[in-house]
Every structure is written in C-alpha cells, then in structure tokens.
Design a protein around this ligand. Structure first.
Ligand SMILES: *Cc1c(COP(=O)(O)O)cnc(C)c1O
Length: 567
C-alpha cells in the first residue's frame, strides 16, 4: 500500500456498523446505512478516505415471523471469502489481559468516477486466539455488556493499529461515527502521552486536532456506557491509565463523553438533534450536519432511468434533483405506478395478503423499537376503520426487526399482527419479514405515503423518509429529526403535532394519533383520491425540495468543509 503512504490527508471513518451491500449483513439499521451511504458518497467525490468496522461473520440476524408475529432470529452466515479480500494487516490488542490477534479484510467501494474507498473489516477469528476472543467479531450487537466493550476495544484500538500496520501513517482525521468507536481516541491519546512524556494538555490538544465525533443519540439512556469496574478489567493498563488521566469519566465509561472530550469538531445529525445534544452537554460546542442518503442507491431503477433522461448529471451533482420541477407530472405518475407494482408484488408474493394497485398505500419500515411508535396508527382502531370505509380504500405495509433483547419491540410486531387480523377486510395490513436494504428500497419507493411516528426527541434524524423522497413519495411524520427541517405543510408531506414546542418535550400519544387521523381523513385521502394531479405535483416537489438536499453528497461535502479541515 505504498501509494497510500504518500497520500497526504487520509480520513479514517470508524463505525460499529456499515451497510455495504445487501448480501453483507453487517448492519442493523439507520446508523449502518448512514455509514455505508457516507462512504459511497465519499467514493463518488473522490475523497481520500478509509472505512473501519468489524467483520461480523454471523451478521446481525435473519428475521423469521410466525403466524402470530413472534420473531425468530436465525444466524445469517455470509460468504466472507467471496465478498472480501484478505489483507496483510495484522496487529495485537490487549483485552482483559489477553493478547488478541486482529486481522483485516478489505471491501472496496467504487465511486462514480472510479475512485475506490477501502473499508477494513476487523476479524479476531484467528488461529492462536482464545476461543472467547475468536467470537468477538461474530455478531453485531450480540452478547452482553462485556462482549460489547471487548468489541469496542477491537474496533477503536485495533482499528488504529491496523491502519498503522497497513501503512496509513498520515491520517489527518479520525472520524468516530457514534460513541462505539470512541476508544480510537483513547488509543491516540495513549500514543501522544508516550510521545509527549506524559504532558496531558499537549497530548489532549494533539488528539483533538485529529478527531471528529458525530453523536446520533438524543437521550441520555441511549448513550453507550460501561461500569468502571468492567472497563478496568477489559482495557489494557495503559488505556485505563489514560482514561484516568483524561479525567472525564468518574462515574462510568461513557463513550459519548470520551468522544466529546477528545474531538475538536463534534456534530449532531440534524439541527434539532444538535440543540438537544447541546442541552445534554452544555460545556461542549456541538455543530449540526444533517444526515442524508446516497441518492443513486436509494432511487428505484425506474426513477433512476427517469432522472437520467430528464436531469442528466444528477448522479454527479445530486443538488440538480431540484430540476425535477421540469419533469411532466404524467411521467412521474407513471414511474410511481411501476415502483408501486413492484411493492404490491412483493407483498402478495411474500405474505399472501391481496394488496390492490389502486388502493392508497401507507408504508412504515424501520427498526421495531418502542420510541418509533409503530402502533400509533392503531390508537383508535374504530376511527381508522371508519376512515378507510369513508375515504379509502387504505392498505398499510410494515417491516422491521426488533433487537433480540428488546421484548417491547418484539411485542409491538405481534400487536401489528393482531391488528392486521382485527381490521380486515376494511384495512389491509401486511408485515414483511427480514427488513433489509433491498426491501427498504422497494418499500420506500412503492408506498404512496411514508409514515413516521417517533416520540420526540428520540429520533435524532431518521433517514427512511429521505429514501422515500428520492422516489417522489411524500411523508406524514411526527415533528422530530429531519422532518423539522421541512417546514412547509402540504408541500412535500404533512406533520403530526405542532411545531411550537421546546427541544425535548414528549408528545402524548393520544394527541398525535388524533392529529394523524385528522390529516388522513380531512386532507390526505381526499387529495389522493380526488385530485391525482395535485398529488403528483406534491410528488414532484418532494423530489425537487427534499431529495436535492437530504443526500449524503451534500452531507459529506459539509463534513469536508466543517469537520475535516485543519484548525
Ligand atoms: C434506511 C434504513 C433504516 C433507517 O430507517 P429510519 O427511518 O431512519 O429508522 C433502517 N433499516 C434499513 C434496512 C434501512 O434501509
């Protein structure tokens, strides 16, 4: 890798999960998809960047749902040797007093103009390692607290050492995508303490100039943290000492706090999320760089072809999607019908519910977690049934995995199964199993309206609505995350709840549900069935106003401008 040694300003992007492609199950949800999209856009832009993550030979998991909606988790083995290239990169990391050998595999992301961004996937399933240590890179978010902290040592400390072993000596910036990667900064701090002979302030200053931290979590309980007794047992004595010298974690090893203390540039992932983060950590300056999605990845084939025809150059310059304003409405309607056909076929083939091409179709897919309130739509089932009978027909498609330990999330899936029986035939409801990137595209492109009902302020950003926007699908969303940055009501979708609210006020389910029903019956369904041309205008505006901005090309350019520059 001699040429990389000569490259002056490499950015190393660390993330616990990265969604590389559909057959590589090394992601669980939005965080991993965002990381993958960021790396894809970096490759498109020709940035000198390298990604670092863990291998996850057994992936996250494959979801099977039985007739009652019980989730069964099955291992998702994937052909590592077919997808990745081995590298010579090897290093050792001390975990719980044991030396663990770490090796790296490589995946190449090729950008639009041929520039390659390598992603290094760290692997401890190596001959010579202790049997427990060999499992450390098997499962994403599997195991207990101890397993997780050991994994984070491999990612952070192992990641920095693997980069050095592969000849990346001149890394200009280390980007921690969420707190899981924060131990990389502790490793750099340890390096610098040695170099400066223990001069704490000098060492902190030098590390900070190298580090960028992005937080994705808007509530204190969501921050990754570990008891100090566990940290003392897992970290090497050098890292433990460095942590004490840093002096920021007296109660617990809080990864967000480590990231905040050792980074010169910190950001939240939407404007609202950075306000919320500043209120949690008032002593730290926290900027805002709003998330996006990789435009070409999240545009369905039929819309890609349409943009290629009407907006040449949109892949190179995603902001030119604003020129969707000039596409004839009939052409957009036709493309959407094709994307919808694809979705209806998927539903009818996979779960045998007879969905109808002409019926208004709501889509809802994301991790099955309580704060996303996937059952808010069923808050008043009689009212929902009445709406479907008077203003419908109405059909709803769901998808999403619950974390294996999240009993509440799993119960929500079962609840949706119960409503799907209860509410038929007036409202048709389908839950598609094993949500992944491929299904994500089919769902976001083929629905007529994308529904999002998070409990504020829990949704730091949300990105699935941005995917929908790339396919002209408007949103009906609670006012949280990215949707607060789309303030025009009825232009590219609708809001649930009122806008004049402090940054961290929770919303009563009842009020939000009433607002949701009101929007559906008074505005949305009458418009959809009564004025198809105005609906198509809304679709066109959704592309022009939202896809042109909420993409990772714009996002990565903002990271270059604000985060990756010298200061
Ligand atoms: C985009 C995506 C997500 C994130 O969706 P949110 O609405 O941001 O929660 C999760 N899982 C998959 C498979 C995705 O493609």
């Amino acid at each position: 890798m001699a040429d990389e040694m000569l490259t002056p300003r490499i950015i190393a992007y660390f993330s616990m999960e990265v969604a590389l492609e559909n057959r590589v199950p090394t992601y669980s949800g939005g965080l991993g998809v965002l990381a993958g999209d960021a790396l894809r856009s970096a490759a498109d832009l020709g940035l000198p960047l390298v990604g670092v993550t863990l291998l996850y030979r057994k992936g996250y998991f494959s979801q099977r749902l039985d007739d009652e909606g019980h989730q069964h988790e099955e291992p998702w083995e994937w052909p590592v040797d077919e997808v990745l290239q081995p590298t010579d990169g090897r290093c050792r990391v001390k975990v719980e007093g044991r030396q663990v050998i770490v090796r790296a595999w490589r995946y190449l992301i090729t950008g639009m103009s041929g520039v390659e961004v390598p992603v290094l996937l760290l692997d401890t399933d190596v001959e010579g390692n202790d049997p427990y240590d060999r499992t450390l890179t098997h499962s994403l978010y599997g195991g207990d607290e101890r397993y997780r902290l050991c994994q984070e040592v491999i990612l952070g400390v192992g990641g920095v050492r693997i980069l050095r072993a592969l000849g990346y000596m001149r890394v200009a910036k280390f980007h921690m995508n969420e707190g899981h990667a924060a131990l990389l900064a502790l490793e750099l701090f340890t390096e610098e303490l040695t170099r400066t002979g223990g001069q704490r302030e000098d060492a902190i200053g030098r590390v900070k100039r190298m580090c960028v931290f992005t937080t994705h979590t808007p509530v204190p309980a969501g921050h990754d943290q570990f008891p100090l007794s566990l940290a003392e047992g897992v970290l090497s004595p050098d890292h433990w000492d460095a942590l004490r010298t840093l002096g920021c974690c007296d109660q617990a090893l809080n990864m967000t706090v480590v990231g905040l203390h050792l980074s010169d540039y910190v950001n939240g992932v939407t404007k609202r999320h950075s306000e919320v983060s500043r209120s949690l950590f008032p002593e730290h300056p926290i900027g805002a760089i709003t998330n996006g999605v990789h435009s070409a990845t999240w545009t369905a084939p039929v819309f890609r072809a349409l943009y290629d025809r009407h907006i040449p150059g949109w892949r190179e310059e995603n902001s030119s999607l604003r020129y969707a304003l000039g596409i004839p409405l009939e052409v957009i309607r036709q493309a959407h019908n094709e994307a919808k056909q694809r979705l209806i076929k998927e539903v009818n083939d996979r779960v045998g519910v007879e969905f109808d091409q002409d019926a208004f179709t709501l889509g809802f897919a994301r991790r099955a977690a309580a704060y996303k309130r996937p059952t808010l739509l069923f808050h008043d089932p009689d009212r929902l049934r009445r709406i479907a009978m008077q203003h419908g027909p109405l059909q709803v498609v769901f998808a999403g995995k619950a974390h294996p330990n999240d009993e509440e999330g799993k119960a929500l899936i079962q609840e949706i199964f119960r409503w799907s029986r209860e509410l038929q035939p007036e409202v048709k409801i389908a839950y598609l199993p094993n949500y992944d990137m491929e299904l994500g595209l089919v769902l976001t492109a083929g629905s007529d309206l994308w529904l999002n009902t998070p409990q504020p302020p829990h949704e730091a950003s949300g990105t699935s609505g941005m995917k929908a926007a790339h396919n002209g699908v408007p949103s009906l969303s609670a006012l949280d995350g990215w949707w607060l940055e789309v303030p025009l009501e009825g232009v590219t979708g609708w809001a649930i709840g009122s806008r004049d609210r402090g940054p961290s006020l929770e919303r009563p389910d009842d009020e939000d549900a009433q607002d949701l029903y009101r929007k559906l019956e008074e505005t949305i369904l009458p418009l959809y069935y009564g004025d198809p041309l105005r609906w198509a205008e809304l679709m066109r505006l959704t592309i022009a106003l939202n896809a042109s901005f909420f993409n990772t090309q714009r996002m990565v350019q903002q990271y270059v401008t604000h985060a990756y520059r010298d200061r």
